[in-house]
Design a protein around this ligand. Structure first.
Ligand code: HEM
Length: 487
């Protein structure tokens, strides 16, 4: 009788669970098939995740349709996962459409040895042809001059800055990848820029999000078809660029990333290694990754910056006063950053408030792990909620306001803040962080030296709308600004 009683107890007592230690993170109860979809604000899923973190804590589970996702929220938790447990939370979980397009190649969405090799190579080459090099600073400064010329043409009248900024920022990637820049009216270039931006936008569209959850039903959505068409056109265009570069390739004088990759591939083949990761698919997808990850992000941040300057003219005054006092009329250099604490604080605050990649890119666990007391299985998709860190009320005095003093001490010196992680953290940290920081600093300061940014006539500062357009990134809604020449 005792055995029967014990059996009944063990079977029916909810707390009995041989995997009690292995309890997963809490979360809202999912419906069959739909999961927590009905609770999700599809116009801004990250907003729902922020709300849920208030109820379920800093590690919780949501079901996007049938797909289980563990969300990490707040500075302490995100940092612990991405930095202290970086081997566990450091794989990428590619979305369905991305997997169809990249097949595990490249650097943005890949894993394992191929990712490691491509990341290492791309970082070295970004350094050789870009980041941390005087040559790169010069390229950006040259590009600033082109951008200023375009802005001047509007003679202070209101215009949308998007196209010109996209071209300027894309040209930096072109210089690093191909070894040359393009004119802003070159149709080959503008179509590459437009398609890359549309691909990034489509990646966050609602129908693509739904396709991720229900792939077999939503295979024929227009956005998915368009994504394939745009990616195919970009592939063709890149292949055409590659063959032109191949014709004039000089192994002693690599012009950019593509040359360096081709030379490495050739050297490996000549030494009889035929199964290396330096193959044509990795070249093509890595190049497309650098464009996708490196242009829309930087350009969107710059656009937020100019919009915030127009909205907060007193802060713009202070930046321009500092630039006049410290730099005067000469070109700003990266080395000037340390002498421009207020401007530096403003650039950091632009990135913090705009929080343009709210959920980072999806990560994936590499093994079973018990994290902060919660069991998370190997292969679980994980969203590090970067926006919850950049707006964490425990870390920031005024998390939802534009408040450059977050980065200034009492003596008005610039202070670094640990919770400033717009580029994420750990082993999947943004590969282009140094380049992006150099670009943001040089483009922003040079533009503010030359122009005063104001709302269009008849629009007040208060009327400038900061509500973001939600995609993979958060960008300003379509708007126009006046760039009034001051030099
Ligand atoms: C990844 C932010 C500019 C290349 C990322 C991630 C974020 C990010 C949040 C995802 C990290 C994660 O999943 O944990 C930004 C921001 C930028 C910027 C805010 C500009 C303001 C750039 C530039 C480049 C670049 C200029 C290239 C030249 C990459 C690459 C990855 C990445 C290749 C994938 C890294 C990997 O998975 O190993 N970036 N990024 N990014 N970024 Fe950036």
């Amino acid at each position: 009788a005792l055995t029967v009683i014990l059996l009944i107890y063990f079977i029916f007592t909810p707390s009995f669970n041989s995997q009690k230690k292995q309890k997963g993170p809490p979360g809202p109860r999912p419906l069959p098939v739909l999961g927590n979809l009905l609770q999700l604000d599809l116009k801004g899923p990250y907003k729902t995740l922020l709300e849920l973190s208030k109820k379920y804590g800093s590690v919780f589970t949501v079901y996007l349709g049938p797909k289980k996702v563990v969300v990490l929220a707040g500075y302490k938790t995100v940092k612990e996962a991405l930095v202290d447990y970086d081997d566990v939370f450091g794989d990428r979980s590619p979305t369905k459409i991305v997997h169809e397009l990249t097949k595990g190649h490249g650097v943005l969405w890949s894993n394992g040895d191929s990712w490691r090799e491509m990341r290492r190579f791309a970082l070295t080459k970004l350094r050789d042809f870009g980041m941390g090099k005087r040559a790169c600073e010069d390229k950006i400064i040259e590009e600033c001059q082109h951008l200023i010329e375009v802005f001047k043409k509007f003679k202070g009248e209101a215009f949308d800055t998007t196209q010109a900024i996209n071209c300027a920022v894309s040209n930096i990637i072109c210089s690093i990848v191909y070894g040359s820049r393009f004119e802003y009216n070159d149709p080959e270039f503008t179509s590459l820029v437009d398609r890359t931006n549309r691909i990034v936008r489509l990646g966050g569209s609602r129908s693509i999000q739904m396709y991720e959850m229900f792939p077999s039903i939503l295979k024929w959505t227009a956005d998915r078809k368009e994504g394939f068409k745009l990616a195919a056109a970009n592939k063709m265009q890149n292949l055409a660029f590659f063959s032109r570069l191949k014709e004039t390739l000089n192994p002693q004088m690599c012009r950019g990333f593509v040359d360096a990759f081709l030379v490495r591939k050739q050297n490996l083949e000549e030494s009889g290694i035929t199964n290396s990761h330096f193959h044509d698919d990795n070249l093509l997808i890595t190049v497309m990754n650098l464009f996708a990850a490196g242009t829309e992000t930087t350009s969107t941040t710059l656009r937020w910056g100019l919009l915030l300057m127009a909205k907060y003219p007193k802060i713009q005054n202070e930046v321009q006063e500092e630039l006049r006092r410290v730099i005067g009329d000469r070109q700003v250099q990266v080395a000037d950053r340390k002498n421009l604490p207020f401007t530096d604080a403003v650039i950091h605050e632009i990135q913090r408030l705009s929080s343009i990649v709210p959920t980072a890119l999806p990560h994936k666990t590499t093994r079973d792990v018990t994290f902060q007391g919660h069991f998370i299985e190997k292969g679980t998709t994980v969203f590090p909620l970067l926006t919850s860190v950049l707006h964490d009320p425990n870390e920031w005095e005024r998390p939802h306001s534009f408040f450059p003093a977050h980065f200034l001490d009492k003596e008005k010196k610039f202070v670094k803040r640990d919770a400033f992680i717009p580029f994420s953290a750990g082993r999947r940290i943004c590969l282009g962080e140094s380049l992006a920081r150099m670009e943001l600093f040089l483009f922003f300061t040079t533009l503010l030296q030359h122009f005063r940014f104001t709302p269009p006539p008849g629009v007040s500062e208060e009327e400038l709308d900061l509500t973001p357009v939600v995609s993979i990134t958060l960008s300003p809604s379509i708007h126009k600004l006046c760039a009034v020449s001051q030099m």
